[in-house]
Design a protein around this ligand. Structure first.
Ligand code: FAD
Length: 339
């Protein structure tokens, strides 16, 4: 695209409605799709406009059908053999063309590794900006789109407005927003076969190597027992595993145990880890730094176990237990086992 085209002044009134880009893997919708639909519906209601969902893939009819029961006005399904496996070039071309034709006012992607890869390219292609890694979206009383994300190393939350760019684009962290619930009525599905050729794909995927390590899902569990520096060493995490086992939950961590090599990075919760919103979050020996709270403050119920009653997390928690985790946790396990 030429600079002249990028720099041309857009007529903002041409741009209408909210669009979310659904994410699927091997024909299975990822949870972020339902989170984005829920958020998209709220934004569409507040701007008295419509919600469109766009999904890319090849022969993924079941996933598309499923998405149609979540209250969107239209589902745009781009089906092509070259969309079977994700490639930056094909996805960028298809979504950019979609935006240029449909002209949504707001476009939201998941901040998954795929979304993080192609959303900035789409923004450049259509000549707009992108607010990456948002944890909150809203529309204010002046109908401005508010995009909130951590800034300055997570020390503050910045709310960003893009008054002169259309569409306004954001990526949203997986696990932050609530998922939409299915409804009985289905949306209109528009199937499109995009114009794509091998020449469009400059960077080719040669092989996909699956990660064979045991994966623990922190985003799909209702209970997380999380450990921080206060756990003291790798062995200490077996006590947390024991508590998680009796509760039917999984173990998470702050950054310190991860950096210290006590537990894998896949368990890190916070700004540079995962964002979770379980029903119960038990923070053991975690002080409650903002970079950690960013990743778990939306939990329904937070219990903090800490030696220091003045630790910031003790004020944020619904239940603050002052004490040594090595005394409190065995007592908790004992109590739960008796019941
Ligand atoms: P500390 O802050 O050292 O707290 C340990 C707590 O344990 C204290 O409150 C202490 O009273 C308590 N304690 C000690 N012994 C016991 C005991 N026996 N029983 C009970 N309580 C005890 N952090 C994250 O967690 N996730 C992130 O994603 C993340 N990303 C970051 C990104 C950036 C750019 C930066 C700058 C920082 C990031 N951090 C992140 C680090 C963050 O700032 C904090 O340093 C970190 O969260 C502190 O971890 P902690 O609470 O385990 O340790």
């Amino acid at each position: 695209m030429s600079n002249a085209k990028v720099n041309q002044i857009k007529d903002m009134t041409d741009y209408q409605g909210v669009c979310i880009v659904a994410h699927q893997e091997k024909g299975v919708n990822l949870p972020i799709s339902f989170e984005l639909i829920n958020e998209g519906k709220k934004l569409a209601e507040k701007t008295a406009s419509h919600l469109h969902v766009v999904i890319l893939g090849h022969t993924i009819n079941e996933a598309v059908e499923e998405l149609s029961y979540y209250g969107a006005d239209k589902i745009y399904y781009y089906d092509h053999p070259l969309l079977d496996t994700y490639t930056t070039d094909a996805y960028t071309k298809v979504i950019s063309t979609f935006i240029q034709n449909i002209k949504p006012e707001i476009v939201i992607f998941g901040a998954s590794s795929i979304g993080r890869d192609f959303a900035p390219r789409v923004a450049a292609r259509v000549g707009t900006g992108l607010v990456a890694d948002c944890t909150r979206l809203d529309i204010n009383e002046d109908c401005k789109f508010l995009q909130t994300r951590p800034a300055f190393g997570g020390n503050l939350m910045a709310t960003i407005i893009c008054p002169n760019d259309r569409p306004q684009m954001a990526t949203v962290r997986p696990g932050v927003m609530e998922k939409a619930e299915p409804i009985e009525e289905s949306s209109e599905i528009i199937k499109i076969v995009p114009e794509l050729t091998e020449e469009d794909i400059i960077a080719k995927t040669i092989e996909i190597i699956m990660d064979k390590t045991k994966k623990v899902s922190l985003t799909n569990t209702e209970i997380i027992v999380s450990g921080g520096r206060g756990v003291g060493n790798a062995e200490g995490f077996s006590l947390l595993e024991e508590l998680a086992d009796v509760l039917g939950g999984v173990v998470g961590a702050s950054r310190v145990p991860v950096d210290s090599g006590w537990i894998s990075h896949s368990r890190q919760i916070g700004q540079t880890g995962q964002t979770v919103r379980p029903k119960l979050y038990i923070a053991c020996g975690i002080s409650g730094a903002i970079q950690h709270m960013t990743g778990m403050s939306e939990s329904d119920y937070i219990i903090a176990i800490n030696k220091n009653p003045k630790a910031p997390i003790m004020k944020q928690a619904h239940l603050a237990i002052e004490g040594d985790l090595y005394k409190v946790i065995p007592e908790l396990i004992q109590e739960i086992k008796v019941k």
